[in-house]
Design a protein around this ligand. Sequence first.
Ligand code: HEM
Length: 393
Amino acid sequence: MTSELPPLDEQISIADLVSNPYPIYRRLRAETPVLRVKSVGRTMLTKATDTRYVKENAQLFSSNDPNTPMRRAFRAHTLMRKDGEEHRRERMAMAPAFGAKVIQEHWIPAYREIASAYLDRLPVGEEVDLFAALSAPYAARGLAILLGTDEATDEEMQRWSQHLIDGAGNFGWADAPFVNSDKANDEMDALFDRLVEKHKADPNPSALSVMVNADDPIERSQIYANIKIAIGGGINEPRDALCTILYGLLTNPDQLEEVRRNDDWKLAFEEGVRWVAPIQVSSRLVMEDTEIRGYHIPKGDTVMTIQASACRDEDLFEDGENYNAYRPPQSHQAFGNGPHFCQGTHVARRALADVMLPMIFERFPNIRLTDPQKVVWSGFGFRGPINFPVILG
Ligand code: HEM
């Protein structure tokens, strides 16, 4: 086995990655696809074969990385950081809420009502920020219904989600983010305690309800932990995906016209999450000394799979830097791979492609960006526009 470590980079800064990581990833794919990046403290993998390989080999590359602040932020060990049977058991506990039939019969009708009501609130003919006025609250409400936490307001769902994310990303272990995540945890625990009784008395197919009413339920602490991971990881992605897809369509009017004519909203959706993956990176802990592309990857190292880069890999996608809803079909990695493949894939796809996207363009056929240059993109772990100024008409 080789003893040569991957090259070490001391130039790439977190600020560059947050601002626009794509030129960096493009260079890394061409020059150094396995690279230790000092500022991130991880070995970055930017090629699609490598990111897939790591995620599909959970015994060698564990999700249980104890060196992250995630456990502290959630005050719990969530399913996202577990492996093997332990992970499978907890994931299966939530699974009934994500089933195709439940989505079709329960969530889609509810999402149509929410979408319609939230579109009704928007002002016509003047500038409005769709990120704040539509994407974020629609994602929050959809998730609250799916999880069975619908007593929480949109504002609470968004705040809890953000504080959990900030805590989980608090690699400097500063106090302030944990003060916020602790407060969010206290508020969520109090709400869940109340809701458990309600769901026991009146069951429904939501995640919290199916978990507390199961014949052989998982521990209450894990039920709460996994509802929290879904809150932390189920708002940003559909929110960011919606603005990303709208940006792709509104800045490519030919494609928009074709999508509208053929109702190709699913293509528009899939291309949006490929183009700018809402969850850009994941981390895995190396369990045994191993090799990737001929480099020594030591036990205890943390590799970072950059699915944002895999989704633009030239080996799979021609002209991958651009949005093209009509590119040749090719599977992407925006929802991950292997045992931790996104549990919310189908519900997110349907909430946007079947409900929100066609409804926006039906209501506002003349919707336009006030100025594409005004849209600000941001994020290294999660990425998307952080504003979306449009005029509806
Ligand atoms: C466009 C929307 C979405 C995208 C792109 C997305 C992406 C992802 C990705 C990449 C992962 C894997 C992380 C890893 O490998 O470490 C993941 C996991 C997960 N996602 Fe999503 N997600 C989306 C929407 C949702 C929604 C709406 C939910 C609803 C609750 C959700 C729930 C989850 C859960 C529970 C996991 C963890 C699964 C496990 O560890 O077994 N996601 N998601």
